[in-house]
Design a protein around this ligand. Structure first.
Ligand code: ADP
Length: 262
């Protein structure tokens, strides 16, 4: 039997930001945070975003996650243009494709770790049995299976964050967006939490964009970008550049300022 030739590799980005503009108008004269910021993230890619505070990382994540609308440009999620869709369609796209992790875990205090991971699945309509099995599997990937019945107050900061990561991927998103997910943890715990995140991402072929100040973690990802002058700048695999970007010392090289060169 012959099989039809397969395309070499599906290269459609999971996330594409095209010429994103975001301007806040409260300050005198206004503040342009994103100025033609462009970025593509392909299936399975882990991308670090390292830039100093105030550079626009959270703004970019909020726009990529369809929580905020840009003033200009377009956000494509798995090929669908999302910027001008009605709120209900944006919410549906977000629920289907995107998971979020924040610096603080935001777990529900009255529920156990396992219940916290089950809840988004139950809301989606998945049966209890299946949701419980998947939750245990995700907690195992994050090495917190033995804390499944514990409430957040009975867990360490690192354990809470591992559960929050498991919850973020409970409904099988294609894209994980994380805003300083280890920013609240000591370096050793941060590295352990990141190990779990990486295991989970690789096992589920997720794509992710992770804002972090931790350049050791950034250097372990597939690519690193920074924000400079409101634009996305590729840092490639250069740990020294990543360290400088975290401190805010990187200027955009002229040819790479659009984020499209790979
Ligand atoms: P980062 O995540 O890199 O620290 P942010 O995206 O949070 O940066 O913020 C980028 C800039 O935009 C900052 O100068 C911040 O003060 C400003 N900013 C963020 N949100 C608002 C807002 N809602 N109104 C006015 N200015 C804002």
């Amino acid at each position: 039997m012959t099989t039809a030739p397969q395309p070499l590799k599906e290269r459609r980005p999971v996330l594409k930001l095209a010429d994103i503009q975001r301007r806040y108008s409260d300050a005198a004269g206004g503040l342009t945070v994103l100025d033609d910021a462009s970025l593509e993230i392909f299936p399975g890619e882990m991308v670090a975003m390292v830039a100093p505070s105030g550079a626009g990382k959270s703004t970019l994540l909020q726009i990529a996650g369809l929580l905020e609308r840009p003033d200009g440009g377009e956000v494509y999620i798995a090929g669908r243009a999302a910027s001008r869709l009605p709120d209900s369609d944006r919410t549906a796209l977000r629920r289907l494709f995107i998971g979020f992790v924040y610096q603080f875990h935001h777990l529900l205090p009255e529920f156990s770790a396992m219940e916290n991971v089950m809840l988004p699945q139950l809301i989606r309509g998945i049966g209890r049995h299946e949701a419980a099995a998947r939750s245990m599997q995700l907690l195992a990937y994050m090495r917190v299976k033995d804390r499944a019945t514990h409430r957040p107050s009975e867990m360490s900061g690192g354990e809470q964050q591992r559960v929050a990561i498991a919850r973020a991927v409970a409904n099988g998103p294609r894209l994980l967006l994380a805003d300083e997910p280890t920013g609240n943890l000591d370096p050793q715990t941060a590295a352990l939490v990141f190990d779990g995140l990486m295991r989970l991402v690789r096992a589920s072929k997720l794509s992710c964009l992770i804002a972090t100040h931790n350049h050791d973690l950034a250097a372990r990802m597939d690519r690193a970008i920074t924000l400079s002058g409101g634009k996305v700048v590729e840092l490639r695999r250069q740990p020294s550049l990543v360290a400088e970007a975290a401190a805010g010392h990187v200027q955009p090289p002229p040819a790479a300022a659009e984020g499209g060169e790979r």
